[in-house]
Design a binder for this molecule. Structure first.
Ligand SMILES: Nc1ncnc2c1ncn2[C@@H]1O[C@H](COP(=O)(O)OP(=O)(O)O)[C@@H](O)[C@H]1O
Ligand SMILES: [Mg+2]
Length: 240
């Protein structure tokens, strides 16, 4: 086991609640989440649709704040940060990959990656990031000229280009066919192994648990249980 996969806590979530108020209805989505995310690990968050995965991910990434509970990042409380401080925290530390890529349609692949490298503290060159995902030859293509799988590769280049401490991937293969999903998952595993970047991936594909160091099973807004995997399986050897 690599030294990066020790038990050093990167993010600590302590009794996280999130309630949404819509019209006159209260929806208690997260109901006391306790979770430690370790430096360098590949963590999967697994759960049925509607169980609260995206809500949890948004809170882990500082896109949303909990109704109650505390979160620390490298020991620093992030719940009390101002909006501006939270923006800086996201910018410096967190790479996001979403199910629907979220590329800016009017910018080329290169320029999309540049949107993060221009503001990051110690970024890669956009071409280096595109090379890492095998998309350097498409640097000047617009999203509409790329397949879904290729757009997701560019979105991954955009996320890793800022050398984030953690990548948060919300159903990154949810809109892709099997071959393209394989490519994305292999790349995530490769990034995790090669750079030690912590990865949290949401999925509702249960068989993917074998590729991660740990899988947290979320049921109705709480962590039901966590399974630890001493020897993650290379994605290509998974039968899913
Ligand atoms: N902004 C919101 N306002 C009201 N309800 C929300 C909001 N975001 C999520 N929810 C509700 O929270 C529940 C969990 O949503 P979500 O975290 O997206 O689940 P998952 O990602 O596991 O499918 C759903 O019932 C959803 O309708
Ligand atoms: Mg979701």
């Amino acid at each position: 086991m690599k030294s990066s996969k020790n038990k050093e806590i990167l993010i600590n979530l302590d009794t996280i609640y999130r309630t949404f108020h819509t019209d006159e209805v209260e929806v208690n989505v997260l109901q006391g989440i306790d979770l430690q995310i370790y430096n360098g690990e590949f963590l999967i968050i697994f759960g049925e649709s509607g169980s609260g995965k995206t809500t949890l991910m948004n809170i882990i990434g500082g896109i949303d704040q909990p109704t109650r509970g505390s979160i620390s990042f490298e020991g620093k409380d992030i719940v009390t940060l101002s909006d501006h401080e939270l923006t800086l925290h996201r910018r410096d530390n967190i790479g996001f990959v979403f199910q629907l890529y979220n590329l800016i349609p009017t910018l080329t692949a290169y320029e999309n990656v540049e949107t993060t490298t221009e503001i990051a503290f110690d970024p890669m060159d956009p071409i280096e990031a595109l090379q890492l995902v095998g998309m350097e030859k498409r640097a000047n293509y617009f999203p509409s000229q790329l397949s879904g799988g290729q757009q997701q590769l560019v979105a991954m280049a955009r996320a890793i280009a800022k050398r984030p401490k953690i990548m948060l991937c919300d159903e990154p293969t949810g809109a892709l066919d099997h071959d393209n999903s394989l490519k994305i998952l292999e790349l995530l595993q490769k990034i995790n192994n090669a750079t030690g970047t912590t990865i949290v991936m949401i999925t509702h594909a249960g068989t993917l648990a074998a590729m991660a160091n740990r899988t947290a099973y979320i049921v109705d807004g709480v962590i039901d249980h966590i399974v630890t995997n001493d020897k993650p399986t290379p994605v290509r050897k998974l039968n899913w």
